[in-house]
Design a protein around this ligand. Sequence first.
Ligand SMILES: Nc1ncnc2c1ncn2[C@@H]1O[C@H](COP(=O)(O)OP(=O)(O)O)[C@@H](O)[C@H]1O
Ligand SMILES: O=C(O)C1=C[C@@H](OP(=O)(O)O)[C@@H](O)[C@H](O)C1
Ligand SMILES: [Mg+2]
Length: 173
Amino acid sequence: MKIVLIGYMASGKSFVGKKLAAVLGIPFKDLDAEIENQEGKSIPKIFSEKGEIYFRKVENEALKQIISKAEDFVLATGGGTPCYGNSMDLILSQKDVLSIYLKTPLDVLVARLLSEKENRPVVAHLDTEEKLNDFIRKHLFERSYYYNQAALIIDNGNESVNDTVEKIILKLF
Ligand SMILES: Nc1ncnc2c1ncn2[C@@H]1O[C@H](COP(=O)(O)OP(=O)(O)O)[C@@H](O)[C@H]1O
Ligand SMILES: O=C(O)C1=C[C@@H](OP(=O)(O)O)[C@@H](O)[C@H](O)C1
Ligand SMILES: [Mg+2]
């Protein structure tokens, strides 16, 4: 079983993914963590020292490597992963991969990112709730074109992580 979670920043890909992998008894992989290990730097450092275009190249390469492996996994991608280069086509073209969009309402994303934006260079500069809300509303609309191509769409708003994992499991079996 190969599961790839996609969705906006703070939709819960890393949080839900870890729990889902534990319940399924298969390895959990986080694309951002793989990139950080490979580059020997944090995501904010890669953005500030090498720039976003470099990050997107490395992100696409890391995705290719993980997705082509034979073993089972749950992979949490980054919020931008499916929206650059051929990454979404790559995810969709792998017949043994199940893509899942974790869909989270705008107000929940804004609330989560208000307290967790420092390590996310794409939104780190947005210093008020109003700016964050304005930016995410437009950005989410643009990115939804990619997210909505996932095979499965699962709501992860105000439900508990256990409920979200259960919803996914029910769709799998
Ligand atoms: N179902 C949920 N219930 C409660 N909190 C959640 C849920 N899903 C995610 N979160 C919270 O949202 C925050 C962002 O989640 P994270 O997994 O880092 O998002 P992503 O990897 O999609 O950017 C985390 O602090 C996590 O605790
Ligand atoms: O949406 C994005 O462009 C990004 C999302 C981040 O991952 P999370 O979605 O796990 O926060 C990380 O890959 C990087 O900061 C860029
Ligand atoms: Mg994450």
